[in-house]
Design a protein around this ligand. Sequence first.
Ligand code: GLN
Length: 286
Amino acid sequence: MTDKQPLTLGSIWTCGRDFLKKKGVPDADLDAWLLMEEVWQISRSFFYAHRGDELKKKECQGQLKQYEEYLQRRGQREPLQHILGYAWFMELKFLVNSHVLVPRPDTEILAEEARRRLRPQGRVLDMCTGSGCILLSLLYCCEDAQGLGVDISKEALEVARENSRRLEIPAEFLCSDLFEKVEGKFHMIVSNPPYIPAGQIDSLMEEVSGYDPRLALDGGEDGLDFYRRLIEEGWGCLEPDGMMLLEIGSDQGDWVRRRMEDQGYRQVQIIKDLSGLDRVVLGYRG
Ligand code: GLN
């Protein structure tokens, strides 16, 4: 901030936005605002009503320092959600950190499709649960359903458990290499597994390649390793009329559908996201 211009919420935001733009941060306007909202704890309407009011530097030094620190971190392409410590998913607030994949709006397609199909008292398994966002958002809407979240990462499960506790959505969690330690049968298996081909991870946005856990991204050489195992090993964990719903990369739909059909799943269908890209494959065991 220069000392020449009056210190106002508006000028602070403009400086933040320009700094992030210079650093090549996508959506610099929005991120500068969201960090401001967090630091000053103000609503958008408060901002618009008061953005021209002059502030006294002495009185907001702590906030200015915090805002600058956040901007520096965002400027280094640390994801906004890591800086804030949370992400919104299906209108619920999930804690996130570097041990879990940041919940994506794309994944809401999977959560919505699952929500529409989960029956009362159904038992649902969320494989590779990460922050627990899919499982907990499902259980939130289907209170008498029971849920198990599985992940190979103990640190991720700590985040998922904490989310379950804070959101007051009870669920079980289990540390297991996919189905290795899973017992019992489920009416629904959902999963957003790692599906990026290993060689492509470094070419993703820096927010992803540099900060999301590699374990949550790396789908092996062709990106399909987890689907091979989920489709085959999941079959034995489904109730006779149970269903499997998988998030996929936009070019993986045909392969995953064929693999599911070969395994014996019925009524296999691909569901597109809002941009018209293949996003979810689902099928029934019976
Ligand atoms: N299920 C979690 C999510 O969708 C984590 C997925 C992962 O780690 N690949 O956000």
